[in-house]
Design a protein around this ligand. Structure first.
Ligand code: RI2
Length: 312
């Protein structure tokens, strides 16, 4: 029996919440694909009903991870259409979603091509968490013939660093795994830090996996260049209006399984932290290397964002 289309959206939303699907880019493309499949399957009697069902599905997906702006930018890209009839609306969602997914894949490739030019033969590159954009930079440099040593942090509490070393292992490049607290001990051996982004604000502040800001601070102290690899849809339009970025606080159990046996202990588990732009040397996007101070322009020009813009 076929699953109800909204149940299917619920299933994707659950996978994103539980981080079975994770990474700012991957949750964005998963949400776009879920909306496309929903639009194709939903049984609506009128355009109005279709629009309201799509809105409901979009809201459900949007509520799964509160920090990553990639999710709301993807949903906005997919649900931005004007249609006079149901079938036109359906096709618009499908083509918007396919376009978003395709451009997201191309952006990661382009980021690799652009960012890899900053890597020299013999460099040691440190990365944190598991970012497809950051890994694209490392992979592309490797494919261009650079001999690179990679240092990957574990990235507690979810250990995304293990996914990173798994993905890089096949390259045959030397990889070292370190605990997060070892970053300062190795920083003097590092030539470049490259991390991904969950959000970049209008003033160039980075919101990324917890621990990123400490790494940036260490890199700054050691005069090691710190690069952020991010597709332009990781920039947050709402921050132009001064809206703060919510920091997702996840379950204490992720940090300390069995926490309930302690009576007076509270575990805090913020998933992301904030790196001020002073610690960021460059942001590598699919449209080029930009200083963090140019983030506002990216939002205005690339995301085509207008304050009065509607949608469905
Ligand atoms: P890509 C991840 O978040 C990490 O913070 C990573 O740096 C960021 O998304 C970007 O990843 P999480 O889902 O989009 O692990 O570059 O919380 O793959």
């Amino acid at each position: 029996m076929q699953m109800d289309p909204m149940d299917q959206v619920q299933k994707t939303a659950g996978s994103i919440s539980r981080m079975e699907i994770r990474g700012a880019g991957r949750i964005a493309t998963a949400a776009a694909a879920a909306l496309r499949d929903f639009a194709l399957a939903v049984d609506a009697g009128s355009l109005e009903e279709f629009n309201s069902e799509v809105r409901r599905a979009a809201d459900l997906l949007n509520s799964t991870r509160p920090t990553a702006v990639s999710l709301s930018n993807a949903i906005r890209a997919v649900t931005r259409y004007r249609a006079d009839d149901l079938e036109t609306a359906r096709q618009a969602v499908v083509s918007n979603a396919n376009r978003f997914i395709e451009s997201s894949e191309k952006a990661v490739q382009r980021i690799g091509q652009i960012g890899s030019r900053t890597i020299k033969d013999g460099d040691t590159v440190l990365t944190h968490c598991n970012s497809m954009a950051a890994l694209s930079v490392i992979r592309t440099a490797h494919r261009a013939g650079m001999k690179i040593n990679v240092i990957a942090t574990e990235s507690r509490p979810r250990y995304q660093g293990i996914a990173t070393i798994g993905m890089l292992d096949e390259l045959g490049t030397p990889i070292e795994l370190i605990v997060d607290s070892a970053v300062r001990s190795v920083m003097n051996e590092v030539d470049l830090v490259v991390v991904g982004a969950d959000v970049i604000t209008a003033n160039g502040t980075l919101v990324n996996k917890i621990g990123t800001s400490q790494i940036a601070l260490c890199a700054h102290e050691a005069r090691t260049p710190f690069m952020v690899a991010a597709e332009t849809y990781k920039f947050s339009p709402m921050t132009i209006l001064g809206e703060p970025v919510p920091i997702e606080e996840r379950s204490p159990e992720e940090v300390l399984p069995g926490i309930s046996k302690y009576r007076n202990v509270r575990v805090r588990n913020p998933a992301f932290d904030i790196t001020p732009r002073q610690y960021i040397d460059v942001i590598c996007t699919e449209v080029g290397l930009i200083p963090p101070e140019m983030s506002y322009m990216i939002i205005k020009e690339r995301l085509g964002w207008e304050m009065d813009e509607g949608g469905i």
